[in-house]
Structures are given as C-alpha cells and as structure tokens.
Design a protein around this ligand. Structure first.
Ligand code: GTP
Ligand code: MG
Length: 246
C-alpha cells in the first residue's frame, strides 16, 4: 500500500471547504477509482455531507465546550484548538490508521485558531505526503488588492504549516466570468488604489508572484463539481514535485 496523500483544506469561514471536500473526494472515487477517506478536524460543524473515518467531534465539540465552560463560540473554538494541540499525537495516531490513497482533511472556518494552535502540529505528525489547499471565495479576489491578499494568506498558511500550499478560488459559478484573466494577470492593476496602498500592493504583488505564481491558483465550483480535474492535475503536479510519489 503506497503512502497516502493528505490534503488539508483550509480557508476563510464559509468559503466552501466542506462542500469542496465532498465534491473532490467523490470525483476522485468516481473518475480515478481512488480510495478516499474523509477526516473531520472541525469540532464546530453540525452536519457533514460525508461520513468521516476520523471525527474530532468524537473527542469534543464546540457546543459541548461552550456548555461545560460557559464560553462563547469563539472562546470554545480556542479551547478546542488547545485540546487539539494537546492531543495531537493521539489524534494523528488515529488518523494514521485510516487506510486510504488520499485523505481529505476538513478544518474549521476559524482559520487563525487552527493555524496558530494545534492544527500544524497534528499535520506534521501524519504519515505520507501532506499538502494544503487554501480556499477562498471568487468574489474576494476580483480586484488586485484582493488577489494580493489571497496570495499573502495562502503563503502565510504555507509558512505556518510548512507544507506546499495551493490557492483554490471557489464559487466561480457566482461570477459572470473573467476570473481566469484576473488570476493570470502579470501585473496588478493599480489604478483606483490610493498612493501608499498602490505601492504596497505593487511591491507585495511582485514578491508574492515569485513564491506563488499564477499557475498555483485554480478556480473551482465545489457546489457544481466543476474544476475538479484541473484541481487534481495541480495537486498531482505539486505532489510529484515533492518527490514522494511512491
Ligand atoms: N454558489 C456556490 N456556493 C457554494 C459553493 N461551495 C459552497 N457553497 C456554499 O457556501 C456555503 C458554505 O459552504 P461550506 O462547505 O459549509 O463552507 P465551509 O468553508 O466548510 O464553512 P465553515 O466550515 O463554516 O467555515 C454553503 O451554503 C454552500 O452551499 C460553490 O462552489 N458555489
Ligand atoms: Mg466546513
């Protein structure tokens, strides 16, 4: 049995992580005959559209922590992340027992809590190769400042997790088109951005493009199941570049 590919899907709240995981997982099963496992690392989710082979909610839930400690949803999520960090070794051990060619890992919408607490540690303890997909909504990248921010966030995730990260733009069905041109633009369109911000966006943008070229960005519609093949091709490319294709 070859070592598994772990794909951790992170992203802004409501960007469609859970929907994408279902769509991409089903697509890989159907089109490629892959053995896919779903892993839920979101202790706050109420309902999942797939059956997880590992579910963090079996250990604790945001709702349970709110009740037990009298916390609000964000306080409970911070508490959950501390528990995730503390139990990372044990949880990673359970996930390592999940046999699959591809493990898809769903994460909470409170991205920063997952990133800065236990999430990174857990991912570093998995077997096989781990990549992350950073997901955000198409309408947030339609202007140069938005696209710069998207690259910045995506690279922050990569820096923090220490694994190759692809930037996935979801909900392209909500746009009338034009995303491809935005993603492939060589230089940011700076007109309309005031003085200092324009300079900052310009400089950041050229720097970020060195580390995250346009080819590392892909547009999908998780809801319609569109763009799955391109996403897979890109994942495969990065996976092979990791030198771990066994
Ligand atoms: N139009 C459109 N809506 C989508 C798409 N993907 C997800 N959605 C919708 O966006 C909402 C949030 O989707 P989820 O998959 O729950 O998003 P999430 O990132 O897992 O949310 P959190 O875990 O709460 O951060 C739902 O209403 C989805 O139906 C898409 O490609 N297009
Ligand atoms: Mg979700």
């Amino acid at each position: 049995m070859p070592l598994p590919l772990n794909l951790a899907v992170l992203g802004t709240a409501g960007s469609g992580k859970t929907t994408l995981i279902r769509a991409f997982g089903r697509w890989m099963e159907r089109e490629l005959g892959r053995r896919v496992a779903f892993i839920n690392l979101d202790p706050g989710v109420e309902r999942l559209p797939f059956r997880p082979s590992f579910d963090l909610r079996r250990h604790f839930t945001v709702r349970g922590l709110m009740r037990r400690y009298g916390l609000g949803p964000n306080g409970a999520m911070v508490r959950a992340s501390q528990l995730l960090e503390r139990g990372a070794g044990r949880f990673a051990g359970e996930i390592r027992k999940v046999e699959a060619e591809v493990r898809l890992l769903d994460t909470p919408g409170q991205l920063e809590v997952f990133l800065f607490h236990g999430g990174g540690r857990l991912l570093s303890l998995l077997d096989g190769t781990t990549l992350s997909l950073f997901l955000l909504e198409a309408r947030t990248v339609l202007d140069p400042a938005g696209l710069t921010l998207a690259r910045l966030l995506s690279l922050s995730v990569q820096l923090r997790l220490g694994v190759p990260t692809l930037c996935v733009v979801n909900k392209v069905d909500q746009l009338g088109g034009g995303l491809e041109e935005v993603l492939r633009e060589d230089l940011p369109r700076l007109e309309g951005i005031p003085g200092m911000e324009a300079e900052l966006a310009g400089r950041l943008s050229s720097l970020l493009r060195e580390f995250l070229p346009p080819a590392r960005l892909v547009g999908v519609s998780a809801k319609r199941g569109e763009g799955m093949e391109r996403l897979h091709d890109l994942v495969q490319e990065v996976f092979c570049a990791c030198g771990d294709l066994t």
